[in-house]
Design a protein around this ligand. Structure first.
Ligand SMILES: Nc1ncnc2c1ncn2[C@@H]1O[C@H](COP(=O)(O)OP(=O)(O)OP(=O)(O)O)[C@@H](O)[C@H]1O
Ligand SMILES: [Mg+2]
Length: 501
């Protein structure tokens, strides 16, 4: 039975047609995937369904009711909840306050019944294996913890329709598994779910059906009851091209390490419990992965190397010489750059143009040396926009108007024109579509051919498998294992991460 049917949904933003005619059917107690390249209209569609945006045209029927699209759809009355792609937690508030925001239970005495809310939230959190305290504030949570709390916040509302807009983008395998258990449980209780993700293994694993958007239109549907659950079958539908993207993506990176020289040597770095006595060396042209379960200190390690977090002891050598890194500015001198993991808070000036964001590192790097030539900066920006296919491609577009994946491309694009010596990448392809992800890693290979060393933290094991020469596995702030070349496999990564050797 249908719980939701959308027909010919249209929406444009100042001349950009985000949706040209989107059709979608969601059945009761079923999980329908929604896939498509970055900017294909998925988030716009999800926001229209939940009543956060008004469409320009089309029809929407939810639970047998024709929704008047010109008046605001009240999503709580429709029993619909959405996990947003851009995180919406209020950092200063506690986890419990964020989860219950706007739906706090009021007891017989007219006061908020904190106890029953707390019990319910506690249960949801422990079902997901989260080791978080409900009274801690959200500001220090990692990107994956924030995503988990967003998910809890949505299901706390007992929705009948749940929309997950890239709710898994920064989760690693075990976290996704836990989330899927909860989702399947909700499904068995009659909840209908729209699941948006760029990770095709997730789609083939959890969805009953699938809808594909391309350029704002529905271009394909798959019913997994009759069709094979195979990732490679989805790729041509998403990209609209017949090329064997899967093979390009899965082709192991050809080893580029030609030099025996180390560009970075890290000796006994310590910072609290998250970085405990870490030492490693990276050769010129090498891509060193940092794996392990989420939250084992990987992101802190990158932040310490980049000078954003202070280390309490340990030394760093660049090109064989000891260097002082006490502040992020110090790393610019050594041409070592961090692509941060949290694009909204660390990576972008959201209210500025693509151009301003992309030239920013270059401007800060060169400010005191000589004047910059604006027209050459404009050309460089345009080249980057083309290279990593930022859509729409206008350099004056304000970053907050881009789709999530296109924002992520700007985060990475900023560092590409600087010919970095060392690139520290924190989940760079998070939320980036499959075709662009492949291109992004091709660009990174190009850099390594010219001698750039890369340290890559990725929540999706696939990225480590297909791109790294070597992977260090972290556990509770320490490096506990090292995988090299062909031994970097799904099985070995999982076993090492969970310490089942
Ligand atoms: N507020 C806005 N103002 C202008 N353009 C917008 C706005 N919101 C979205 N767009 C444009 O609409 C198109 C569709 O964006 P949308 O966010 O729906 O894509 P998406 O499929 O969710 O992509 P992603 O996979 O990157 O999240 C994009 O071209 C985007 O730039
Ligand atoms: Mg989106």
């Amino acid at each position: 039975m249908k719980v939701l049917e959308a027909k010919g949904i249209k929406k444009s933003f100042d001349g950009v047609q985000a949706l040209k005619g989107a059709d979608f059917i969601l059945k009761r107690a079923s999980i329908c995937g929604l896939v498509g390249a970055n900017g294909s209209g998925k988030t716009t569609f999800a926001k229209i369904v939940s009543g956060l945006l008004f469409p320009d045209g089309g029809e929407l029927n939810i639970n047998g009711i024709n929704i008047d699209l010109r008046s605001r759809v009240n999503s709580s009355a429709l029993n619909l909840a959405m996990v947003h792609q851009n995180l919406s937690l209020i950092p200063e508030m506690t986890i419990l306050e964020n989860i219950t925001l706007g739906v706090e239970k009021v007891g017989n005495n007219g006061f908020i019944d904190k106890y029953s809310d707390r019990d319910k939230a506690e249960k949801l959190i422990s079902n997901l294996n989260l080791k978080l305290h409900l009274d801690q504030t959200c500001e220090d949570l990692s990107p994956s913890e924030k995503q988990m709390i967003e998910f809890v916040k949505a299901i706390f509302r007992d929705p009948k329709i749940l929309i997950l807009d890239e709710a898994t983008a920064s989760l690693e395998y075990n976290e996704v598994e836990k989330l899927f258990e909860t989702i399947n449980d909700l499904k068995s209780k009659g909840v209908s779910i729209i699941f948006i993700s760029h990770r095709l293994w997730e789609i083939t694993k959890i969805c009953d059906e699938l809808v594909v958007f391309r350029n704002g239109e529905t271009v394909g549907k798959i019913d997994f009851k009759t069709q094979e659950r195979k990732e490679s079958l989805l790729i041509p539908l998403i990209t609209g091209k017949e090329d064997k993207l899967e093979e390009i993506q899965k082709e192991k990176k050809i080893n580029n390490i030609k030099s025996e020289k180390f560009s970075l040597e890290v000796e006994n770095i310590v910072r609290g419990k998250k970085v405990r006595n870490i030492s490693f060396k990276v050769k010129r042209g090498e891509i060193l992965g940092i794996g392990g379960l989420n939250g084992q200190g990987q992101e802190e390690l990158l932040l310490v190397l980049a000078g954003f977090l202070k280390r309490s002891s340990g030394k760093i050598k660049i090109d064989g010489k000891y260097v002082k890194i006490k502040h992020p500015k110090d790393t610019i001198r050594y041409s070592m750059f961090l692509v941060p993991g949290d694009r909204q808070t660390e990576g972008l000036f959201m209210k500025h143009s693509i151009f301003n964001n992309i030239i920013f590192p270059k401007v800060t790097q060169r400010l005191h040396k000589f004047l910059l030539n604006i027209s050459s900066l404009k050309n460089e920006t345009e080249e980057i926009i083309k290279k990593i296919s930022i859509i729409p491609p206008g350099r004056d577009i304000i970053v907050s108007n881009l789709s999530g994946g296109n924002q992520q491309k700007v985060v990475v694009g900023k560092w590409l024109n600087l010919s970095p010596k060392i690139l520290l990448l924190a989940d760079p392809a998070k939320g980036v579509d499959i075709e662009t992800r492949t291109n992004l890693y091709k660009i990174i290979y190009e850099l390594t051919k010219r001698g750039t060393s890369v340290i890559l933290y990725a929540s999706d094991n696939e990225e480590l498998i297909y791109n790294c020469d070597r992977v260090l596995i972290m556990f509770e702030g320490q490096v506990v294992d090292e995988l090299i070349g062909n031994s970097i496999s799904d099985k070995n990564l999982l076993a090492s991460s969970m310490r089942i050797n």
